[in-house]
Structures are given as structure tokens and as C-alpha cells.
Design a protein around this ligand. Structure first.
Ligand code: ADP
Length: 379
């Protein structure tokens, strides 16, 4: 057998960040990107439509395993790959629950996983009834196509759905969870069943977009092990029962009355795991490659006591990169800068910064200080 070839569908930053891991492992990585000049263009890249079976088949037939940068490849395309005996990790049976939030809620409820109260609603009357039964407010979600808070809205009346009922047969409505903070539990599972978990993290969202991640979630270190046990067991159960392979991120709410509820699932490396590149013995990108190739998984323990990751949104504009980077490098030499090679657009994730160390306040201060150099870059 020669060098294994991993084919990644989708050319975003997640595919990009698999590249250094592949180089180090001696694995060949190829990308099917949506357009020229993608974030993952540093790998051997083909450009084509991931919804088109012929395109995907032509890409997939020369690789050892197909995996993903996003969850949008249609089920019919995925199943055709399986019929052609191509290894798809994670497979369509698992991915379905990351593609459709209604199916996900249904399956998690069947498994007995803790989830917010929810219902499938098909018209304003049903929505109004759920709202009335849940204190006058609820969260409405489109089952498909949502990301970074698009496709999520708080509703107070059955008429607040706008045109969503016209575009979807049914919508997901959930109780408005009174959460103390948002957590994410990231694990990796390989086809032979081995699972490895990173420490549970806190993720702070701003306008529906991940802004900061604290690893481990503050308080978990200092004896609050019950929380870590609960989140790990939830994620492991989901990974096993759904047959997930590769990285699985379980987004969670920690409620004000000390419950943990599952918000949603991502079956690929996830923003809440970016800190692992610099802060863990095995990064989520290396682990994903190992897992989809069914290789033994790496040690997921943290290198430092705390890591804080801050996303860079919007900019910087190309010409400002060198100056700003030099300034950050000079001011916070231990900050690890990551850029995604994407053009600037307001609110778009274009990079992140991680700082690790012993003292949470100090690490947080340094990570925010480093990120502050990019704060005006959305204009
Ligand atoms: P996306 O798929 O766009 O990431 P999510 O379902 O994760 O959408 O929701 C985005 C954000 O909206 C969450 O991170 C959380 O802050 C908020 N949110 C989602 N569902 C609820 C809920 N049931 N109650 C309270 N807040 C919620």
C-alpha cells in the first residue's frame, strides 16, 4: 500500500487546517473546492460542484477515503459513493443528523439525550401554540441550510416566521433556553469504535457567531468533574449510537438550573476545537485524519492548563496583514496566529488566535490583546 490519500469535500478553513496535519503524517490530501482561490488552495485542489454526482465521483474514485469540510453534500451523492464502494467518513447514515436539525432533534430524543423542549411546526397556528405553552417566546430554526446563526430566530408570535413556512415543509421550534453558558464537547471516533475526547470547552457566541473559546471550560479544572463526565458521556453516546466517524462536536447549553442540553451537532472539525492545534497534544485536524483513516487516535490531553482562542472576523484587508501581524508578534510573542487566506467581508471568519498558559486571566488578557489588533478591520 502506498501513501494514503484523503479527499476532502469543501475548500474552507477546515480543509485548509487539515493540510499541515496531513503533511506531518505523510498523508496525501486532495480537496474538492467550490471555487478557485479557496481557503484550502494550498492542497492539490479540484474545483467543482459538490452537489453533482459525476463531479464528486470523479474526485472520489482516486482517493482512499472521502471526508468533509462541511455537511452539505446531498444524501443521494453520498449513497452513490457507498454503492461504488468508496469509503465515506462520516457516512451518510450519521451525517443525516448533522444535515437536518429536525431529524437530529428526533434522533437525540429517541436516544434519551437531554435536549430542549421542541416540536416540528408547519404553520403559524402550530407555532403560536408552542409559544403560548412555553412562556411567550421560543427559538425557531430552519431544518437545513443554517450556519453562524442564519436560520435561527427568536419568535414571540406565530406570525414571526416570515416566509420560512413557504420554504420548508416543517420548521423546528424550541424552548428559549435560559443558559448560563454555552459549552462544546469535541470527540473523535474511528470506524473500529475507538473514541477519544478533548476537555469540554466554553464557547462564547456574539450575534450567533463563535467569538471566543475557553479550554477547558472555566471551573472544570478545579474539581467540577461531574460536568466533564456528563458532557463526555453525552458526546460518546451520540458518536456511538449515530455511528459517527472522524471529529464530532456537540454544542451544549449549561442551564441556569445546572442541566446540560444538546444544542446541535457538527460532524467535522469545529471552531470550538481550533485551540487544539496549539493547546492539545493532538489537534482536531490530525485526529480527524487519523480517525477517517481508521488509525489509532492520538493523546487529546491539553499541553497547558488553559488555552483561549479568539476568532478574527471580517478583516484584515490584504495590505494590512503584514503590519498587523508584525505588531501582534511584537506585542504578544506567544500568541499563535492562524489565517485562512480568505478575503475580508464583515462578520466572516478569516482567522483565529490562540494563547495558552497557566493563569486563565493572564491567558485571556493576552489572547484578547492580540485579537484587538484586528478589531477595526471590519470597516
Ligand atoms: P447555527 O446552526 O447557525 O450555528 P444554532 O442552532 O447553533 O445555529 O444556534 C445559534 C445560536 O443561537 C446558539 O449558539 C445559541 O446562542 C442560540 N440558540 C440556539 N438555540 C437556542 C435555544 N433553544 N435557546 C436559546 N438560545 C439558542
Amino acid at each position: 500500500m502506498g501513501v494514503p490519500i484523503v479527499g476532502v469535500i469543501g475548500g474552507g478553513q477546515l480543509a485548509r487546517m487539515m493540510i499541515p496535519a496531513a503533511v506531518e503524517l505523510g498523508v496525501e490530501i486532495r480537496v474538492l473546492a467550490e471555487a478557485e482561490g479557496s481557503s484550502a488552495r494550498l492542497a492539490a485542489t479540484q474545483v467543482g460542484d459538490y452537489r453533482d454526482l459525476d463531479t464528486v465521483m470523479a474526485f472520489a474514485k482516486d482517493v482512499d477515503v472521502v471526508t468533509f469540510d462541511h455537511e452539505h453534500v446531498p444524501q443521494a451523492v453520498l449513497r452513490a459513493l457507498l454503492d461504488a464502494e468508496i469509503s465515506v467518513q462520516p457516512g451518510p447514515d450519521a451525517l443525516e443528523f448533522a444535515q437536518d436539525k429536525l431529524r437530529m432533534r428526533q434522533r437525540l430524543s429517541e436516544l434519551g439525550a437531554p435536549v430542549p423542549d421542541w416540536a416540528a411546526v408547519s404553520n403559524p397556528e402550530e407555532l403560536q401554540q408552542f409559544i403560548s405553552e412555553h412562556g411567550g417566546a421560543a427559538v425557531l430554526k430552519t431544518p437545513r441550510g443554517g450556519y453562524d446563526g442564519h436560520g435561527v430566530r427568536i419568535v414571540r408570535a406565530g406570525t414571526d416566521a416570515g416566509d420560512w413556512f413557504e420554504n420548508f415543509e416543517a420548521l423546528l421550534v424550541e424552548e428559549l433556553v435560559d443558559f448560563r453558558r454555552e459549552l462544546a464537547q469535541v470527540v473523535a471516533r474511528r470506524p473500529n469504535g475507538e473514541i477519544v475526547a478533548w476537555p469540554v470547552v466554553e464557547s462564547v457566541q456574539r450575534d450567533g457567531v463563535c467569538h471566543e473559546v475557553f479550554a477547558p471550560a472555566p471551573g472544570v479544572n478545579s474539581g467540577n468533574d461531574r460536568l466533564a463526565e456528563v458532557t463526555t458521556s453525552i458526546a460518546e453516546t451520540i458518536a456511538e449510537e449515530l455511528g459517527v466517524t472522524g471529529v464530532l462536536a456537540v454544542e451544549l447549553f449549561e442551564t441556569t438550573d445546572q442541566r446540560v442540553l444538546v444544542n446541535e451537532l457538527a460532524m467535522r472539525p469545529h471552531n470550538s476545537g481550533h485551540w487544539t492545534i496549539d493547546g492539545s497534544r493532538t489537534s482536531q485536524f490530525e485526529q480527524h485524519l487519523r480517525a477517517v483513516l481508521d488509525l489509532p487516535l492520538g493523546d487529546a490531553s491539553p499541553i497547558d492548563r488553559h488555552s483561549v482562542m479568539v476568532n478574527i472576523l471580517g478583516g484584515p484587508q490584504e495590505e494590512a496583514i503584514t503590519d498587523r501581524f508584525a505588531a501582534v508578534m511584537a506585542r504578544v510573542p506567544d500568541a499563535k496566529l492562524h489565517t485562512y487566506g480568505k478575503s475580508a467581508r464583515p462578520g466572516r471568519k478569516v482567522g483565529h488566535i490562540t494563547v495558552s498558559g497557566e493563569d486563565l486571566d493572564e491567558v485571556t488578557y493576552r489572547a484578547r490583546m492580540a485579537a484587538s489588533y484586528f478589531e477595526d478591520s471590519t470597516e
